[in-house]
Design a binder for this molecule. Structure first.
Ligand code: AMP
Ligand code: ZN
Ligand code: FE
Ligand code: FE
Length: 301
């Protein structure tokens, strides 16, 4: 009995529609799954409906882009990616909607700048091509993978990994930063929507260059600072984690009294990651469901 608590649909940068995901999850042998699109809840209602038809437990989620900088204590600099998953969120929460709009606007500002950089590098690409790809898939949340897809379709690169490595990845010649949320705002909005806040793929925080002792101590401090802001759980199992990382993250979760989560971060054809590949036991989901139930009972009583 397994679940997968991290995946994307065409509502952000995945390639399967929210309607199609439940049947795919079931075919992969899963008992439950969460849809966690980047900065949007738009796919959730259709996915919930299709899950009911297929007969699989559905957890409505979101993956919010936050800025790791302000969460540090000034003693070290975290330059990586800070994504915070919200699990069990209400899709129509007004605070999440505000965040979603702000993140969409930040993307609409950054994405054309990336295309401008590509053009300056001699790549024949128009922003309209990116927009039309997104429109075909019905997404408001345009990400670098959509730009990467256009580069692949034009034959500029052979695959997505090459697009990120040569052009649009962090440190690449066409990379542009975008506005992200303070982690406190991300966590507050997720809580407002009735969800649990989960630190996604801690490996991507960008602390990995550090020696293993330093890494473990910086990671603990960083996660402790997020716990002060209300973080509920850490994504212990993820496709980017080695067994050694998984075991470190499990230990840190236990030490800090946080729950453990896990998921594949499936993106359909855009990443070489299979749905359900993390084999996350249902007990992981059940522990989070209990926490969530307790909390809503406290809120009522
Ligand atoms: P964005 O949200 O527009 O900044 O794009 C980030 C997304 O790009 C991530 O959520 C991943 O799905 C994808 N991504 C990031 N790095 C890579 C990479 N090296 N190869 C393929 N996809 C990537
Ligand atoms: Zn993504
Ligand atoms: Fe992520
Ligand atoms: Fe993700």
């Amino acid at each position: 009995m397994y679940c997968d608590l991290h995946m994307h649909s065409t509502a952000s940068d995945g390639t399967d529609t929210p309607q199609d995901l439940p049947a795919l999850a079931k075919a992969a042998g899963l008992s439950a799954f969460a849809l966690t699109d980047h900065d949007t809840t738009e796919g959730l209602p259709a996915c919930a409906e299709a899950s009911e038809a297929v007969g699989i437990t559905f957890v409505p989620g979101i993956e919010v882009s936050a800025d790791p900088g302000p969460a540090t204590d000034g003693q070290f600099d975290c330059r990586g990616t800070l994504h915070i998953l919200g699990l069990f969120v209400r899709h129509d929460d007004e605070k999440l909607a505000v965040i979603s709009e702000r993140m969409a606007a930040a993307r609409d500002e950054r994405n054309p700048a990336i295309v401008e950089r590509l053009r300056a590098l001699g790549v024949a690409i128009e922003y309209a091509e990116v927009e039309s790809l997104a429109a075909e898939q019905g997404t408001r949340i345009i990400g670098r993978p959509h730009i990467g897809q256009v580069l692949i379709d034009k034959g500029v690169v052979g695959d997505m990994a090459e697009a990120f490595r040569r052009f649009i990845g962090r440190g690449g010649p066409a990379y542009e930063r975008r506005d992200r949320l303070h982690p406190q705002d991300a966590i507050d909005a997720i809580h407002h929507a009735g969800g649990l806040a989960v630190l996604a793929h801690p490996i991507q925080l960008g602390l990995r260059e550090l020696s293993s002792d330093l890494y473990a101590s910086y990671l603990r401090r960083f996660v402790a600072s997020l716990r002060e802001m209300g973080l509920d759980a850490i994504e212990v199992r993820h496709s980017d984690h080695t067994p050694a990382h998984t075991s470190l993250y499990q230990t840190v979760a236990e030490e800090l009294g946080l729950l453990a989560s896990g998921g594949s971060d499936y993106h359909g054809d855009r990443k070489p990651v299979e749905l359900g590949s993390q084999a996350v036991p249902m007990a992981v989901l059940e522990a989070m469901q209990r926490e969530r139930t307790q909390r809503s009972e406290q809120a009522v009583g």
